[in-house]
Design a protein around this ligand. Structure first.
Ligand SMILES: [Zn+2]
Length: 265
C-alpha cells in the first residue's frame, strides 16, 4: 500500500515549493487508515524541506459583534476553526502563527522569512496577506485534501482583485457582525470582511469542466494540487464574467441575498 509521503510525491509535491494546505483529517484517514496528524504534517514537511513553505489557515473569525457575543482572539490559545490538522500544526515549536483576529495563518519554512507573528493586515485576505505573497510567487501551490472549494481561501483574494461588485461590502450585517477584528491586544478596523464561500464550488466545477484541474480521488478522499498563480489568473477571468455564480441560490443564504439585492438588482 502506498504511504502518505509516496502519495504526495506522486501527485507532484516537490522540494522548495510554497504550499497552502486545506484538509479534512477524517477524509485523509479514510484513504490512509490510522495515520496520525503528526505523520501527515511531517510527511509534507519532509517533501517540501525547509526551503519550501508549509502554510495552513488557522482562522478564528473573531469579528466584533453588536451584542458583544464575539470571542476575543488570543494568538497563543485560540483554537483554529479550519480543521484538526491546522490546530495541531499551529502548536509546533517551529511554526509561527500570525496575528489576524479573524484570519490567522500557521507558517513553517521559507515563508517565515517574509512574515512574522505580528502580521495582521487590515485586509485579512487581501493586500499584505499571505494570499498576496503566494500569488506573487511562481513556485506556490494549493493542496486540498478531502475538501472542496468551500475551503478555497484564495477565492476571497480573487474576489478583491477581480474585483467582484461587492468586494468591500460586508454581507454579515444580519448577524450583527462589524468590520472590526478583536484580539487580546484590542480592536482592529478592517477594510474588507470576506463573505460567503459556498458558491466557490461553481468555480471548482468550471475548472474541472475546462480541464484546468482534475477531479482526483484516492479511495474516498478527493484532492486537488494546483499552482496558485495559474488558478488565481483563471479566477480573475471567471469572477469578472460570472460574479452572480459566486452567490448562493436566491433565498438560500441571507449573506448572498444581501449582496445580490445591493449590487445585482
Ligand atoms: Zn452564501
Amino acid at each position: 500500500m502506498m504511504t502518505f509521503k509516496e502519495f504526495l510525491i506522486e501527485i507532484g509535491l516537490k522540494g522548495n515549493a510554497n504550499v497552502l494546505v486545506h484538509s479534512s483529517y477524517l477524509k485523509i484517514r479514510s484513504a490512509f487508515p490510522n495515520i496520525s496528524m503528526d505523520r501527515i504534517i511531517g510527511s509534507i514537511q519532509d517533501v517540501l524541506t525547509e526551503k519550501g513553505s508549509l502554510i495552513m489557515p488557522t482562522f478564528t473569525y473573531c469579528f466584533k459583534r453588536l451584542d458583544g457575543s464575539n470571542e476575543i482572539f488570543n494568538r497563543l490559545n485560540s483554537k483554529s476553526k479550519t480543521g484538526a490538522i491546522t490546530e495541531a500544526f499551529r502548536k509546533y515549536s517551529d511554526v509561527k502563527r500570525t496575528s489576524s483576529p479573524t484570519h490567522s495563518f500557521a507558517l513553517w519554512g521559507n515563508v517565515t522569512k517574509y512574515f512574522d507573528e505580528i502580521n495582521s493586515p487590515t485586509s485579512p485576505l487581501g493586500k499584505g496577506s499571505i494570499m498576496e505573497w503566494l500569488v506573487e510567487r511562481e513556485n506556490s501551490y494549493i493542496l486540498m485534501l478531502g475538501v472542496d472549494f468551500t475551503s478555497f481561501t484564495l477565492g476571497h483574494y480573487v474576489e478583491l482583485k477581480a474585483p467582484v461588485p461587492w468586494s468591500n461590502y460586508s454581507p454579515w450585517d444580519y448577524l450583527g457582525v462589524l468590520k472590526i477584528g478583536v484580539s487580546v491586544y484590542g480592536e482592529q478596523n478592517l477594510i474588507e470582511v470576506p463573505g460567503c464561500a459556498k458558491s466557490f464550488v461553481n468555480f471548482e466545477k468550471y475548472l474541472i469542466e475546462k480541464n484546468i484541474i482534475k477531479n482526483n480521488s484516492e479511495k474516498n478522499m478527493n484532492y486537488y494540487y494546483f499552482n496558485a498563480k495559474q488558478i488565481y489568473e483563471e479566477g480573475i477571468k471567471y469572477f469578472k464574467d460570472n460574479s452572480e455564480e459566486l452567490l448562493c441560490p436566491m433565498g438560500s443564504c441571507l449573506a448572498c441575498d444581501s449582496r445580490r439585492e445591493k449590487f445585482l438588482v
